[in-house]
Design a protein around this ligand. Sequence first.
Ligand code: FAD
Length: 354
Amino acid sequence: MEETELLIVGQGLAGTWLSFWLYKAGIPFKLIDQPGPGGASLRAAGLINPVTGRRMVTTWMIDELMPFASKAYQEVGKFLDEPVITETSLIDFFPNVQMLQAFQKRYAENPAYLLPGGNQEKFTEWFRYDLGWGSIQPCLLVNVEKLLAGWRNWLKKNNLIIESGFDFSDFRQDPEGVDYAGIHARYIVFCDGKSSVKNPYFGKLPFALNKGEGLLVEIKGLPATQSYKKGMSLVPYRENIFWLGSSYEWSFGDDLPSEKFRTGAENWLRGFLKLPYRVVEHFAALRPATLERRPFVGFHPAFPHIGMLNGMGTKGCSLAPYFARQLVDSLKGEGTINTLAVISRFEKILARPY
Ligand SMILES: Cc1cc2nc3c(=O)[nH]c(=O)nc-3n(C[C@H](O)[C@H](O)[C@H](O)COP(=O)(O)OP(=O)(O)OC[C@H]3O[C@@H](n4cnc5c(N)ncnc54)[C@H](O)[C@@H]3O)c2cc1C
């Protein structure tokens, strides 16, 4: 039987960061991932936006998450010899008077991460807008596609990944850890995104999956030096390709792209953009969101060999590196997991039979 310290299920942002920090800490691991485009990470725009919502509030822990993410993505980029992060800004074209006023009010009360637009005509070559713009900055833009592919190649070269679906019928616990498909590990950590809602150990956690649809559109001549938002967003993705999105649905019948979204998104783009465009891809994915909008990090209170790093919701790019690191530090006995994120806060719920 092959021995390792930790088995990871899933190589989205959560599994990527957990395995990277384990490698850095010298803790042996093996990763199991079902290849395919079904995960949320491969559909993310990759934006770390510090300001959110109609009232333009700063997002949870952003003053700590953003500098951490900036350093972490630079570190992994250096390791892979491929930069995966850039600092950027999000040009916020006010879609209505309420949003213009919200920006002005928030800027007057607290200018953090906001800069009022200077020359209001600056973007008229490319866009139609009547109410001006402001800038949200700094933002970070992660090339998730490059990161996940680069790290997967490294895992393959080092024989650290098994490309197949995890099947609970092959899974056993023993007093020292867990067995799966000929591998014995002291711990297993599920980083399997939406699949965790069916996990027999963690299915009771208050997940609230959220469907997001988007388009990849080719737009030649639009500067890729920043992202643009007017209700929906356009984010630089690949050369001449912009990510357009996204929807945010709590209630949905399936996880497939819909005609309704596509029609609405193209109508929006035609009204906003002055340049020609071509739709390259239309996609949908489920965000592993949670009812309280906080992640699930740590080990099961009743099964201490079984853990989870999940519940990243809309913010996987900033939460995954930070909380993966907290999990690894806590395994090393060098830190604790934030009390608002640690799984043991659900001890009572998890104690009930599945
Ligand atoms: C349209 C959209 C746009 C988004 N934009 C942003 C953004 O701009 N910025 C941001 O921070 N966040 C964004 N998000 C959210 C972000 O994508 C998620 O928070 C993040 O990707 C979650 O990562 P994860 O690793 O937990 O899950 P996932 O990315 O879903 O990864 C789970 C992995 O587990 C694997 N897996 C699942 N089940 C099994 C199994 N049984 N066996 C083996 N492997 C399995 C899957 O194949 C996958 O590789 C967006 C999400 C969507 C849907």
